[in-house]
Design a protein around this ligand. Structure first.
Ligand SMILES: NC(=O)c1ccc[n+]([C@@H]2O[C@H](COP(=O)([O-])OP(=O)(O)OC[C@H]3O[C@@H](n4cnc5c(N)ncnc54)[C@H](OP(=O)(O)O)[C@@H]3O)[C@@H](O)[C@H]2O)c1
Length: 321
């Protein structure tokens, strides 16, 4: 495993982190089970993954409970990065972002209890406010939690470049941005390159998610669009439907070819590509099983294969969705 330090922090994170959304057991189909999820978390630690991205929303707390069950006391040795701000009602109720200082504090306290931690290593705002709280008030609440020792660092998820600039101006302590980024999803490149790492100087960490485009870039879905059960959010994801699905096939064919020659997998190449991009600190990769984890950590080997990227570049450029 390779490790990268988030600028201005003591957080030394494995290049590949484990995303815990799917193992929460909601919105990712009918093949999620706790036993495999716990095995996947154990495999992640065995492979050198030292951080886990979770959220209260993931299985409405169930992902957190699995982390505690799987890691036991080891949860103090890894970095648990969780999120704050989302309110949800009932089993399938609508979720929305309430970033009022009171809710930030209450939500953080609930995570501390659920994760059985005294301090959360990294607390990230899950998505921008859908109520009327100014960004500065939210940042003040996060800074107060940091000063009070409830969290070590804080970050933002899913913010664009303008609010990110505004946040950095008000709270230079801001540790990181979490943003979607992959070979096929590149609209946040401006924020990565111009705000997070202008002129090559990294101002804040970037945690890239959806690095496999929800599994599409593993190449496991064959020539026709897959059918997902309604319980799987990919059932409604346009990237798994036409015309997007066909658009990405030439890239997948190229990834399969190159991966086959290198004894790697398309997944490892897709994650490695993200890790090689300027501005990206680390990749969050979701996994439901130990086998998927073992496959994904090979991205670290793939990163070192310098010759393949030139050959893949034209395919990547044509496959944006
Ligand atoms: N901050 C935010 O708003 C936000 C939003 C989304 C995600 N995230 C974070 O990012 C994490 C990653 O999720 P994502 O949505 O970005 O998806 P992703 O990592 O692109 O894809 C994850 C899914 O791909 C499949 N997969 C993973 N490795 C595989 C392998 N080696 N071979 C075959 N299939 C494999 C698995 O689903 P199947 O086996 O069912 O195909 C897995 O659940 C989440 O868990 C979460 O922590 C954060």
């Amino acid at each position: 495993m390779k490790f990268r330090t988030l600028p201005g922090t003591d957080l030394q994170l494995s290049a590949v982190g484990m995303g815990c959304w799917a193992i929460g057991g909601k919105w990712w189909g009918d093949d999620v089970d706790d036993r495999r999820a716990i095995a996947a978390i154990g495999a992640a630690v065995d492979h050198g993954i030292n951080w886990f991205d979770t959220a209260p929303l993931y299985g409405h707390g169930h992902a957190d409970e699995l982390l505690v069950r799987a890691l036991g006391a080891r949860r103090h040795e890894v970095v648990i990065a969780t999120k704050v701000g989302v309110r949800f009602r009932g089993g399938e109720g609508h979720a929305y972002s309430d970033l009022s200082p009171d809710h930030i504090v209450a939500d953080c306290e609930a995570s501390l209890r659920r994760l059985r931690l005294e301090t959360i290593p990294l607390l990230q705002v899950h998505w921008p406010c859908e109520r009327d709280t100014p960004l500065e008030a939210t940042l003040e609440a996060l800074m107060a939690l940091q000063e009070g020792g409830k969290i070590r660092h804080f970050g933002l998820c899913n913010y664009g470049s303008k609010p990110l600039e505004r946040a950095l101006a008000h709270a230079p302590e801001l540790a990181c941005l979490q943003t979607p980024y992959s070979m096929v999803r590149r609209e946040f490149e401006y924020a990565l390159r111009e705000v997070a790492a202008p002129a090559g100087e990294q101002r804040l960490g970037v945690l890239a998610y959806e690095t496999l485009c929800r599994g599409l870039l593993t190449g496991k879905f064959s020539a026709t669009p897959p059918r997902f059960p309604e319980s799987d959010l990919r059932h409604r994801d346009a990237r798994f439907q036409e015309p997007g699905f066909s658009r990405v096939q030439p890239l997948l064919a190229a990834l399969r070819l190159v991966a086959g020659k290198l004894n790697l997998t398309p997944a490892a190449l897709a994650i490695a590509w993200v890790l090689r991009q300027p501005g990206v600190s680390v990749a969050i990769v979701g996994a439901k099983s130990p086998e998927q984890v073992a496959d994904n950590v090979r991205a670290v080997d793939a990163m070192l294969r310098h010759k393949v990227w030139e050959a893949l570049a034209p395919h990547i450029d044509r496959a944006r969705l």
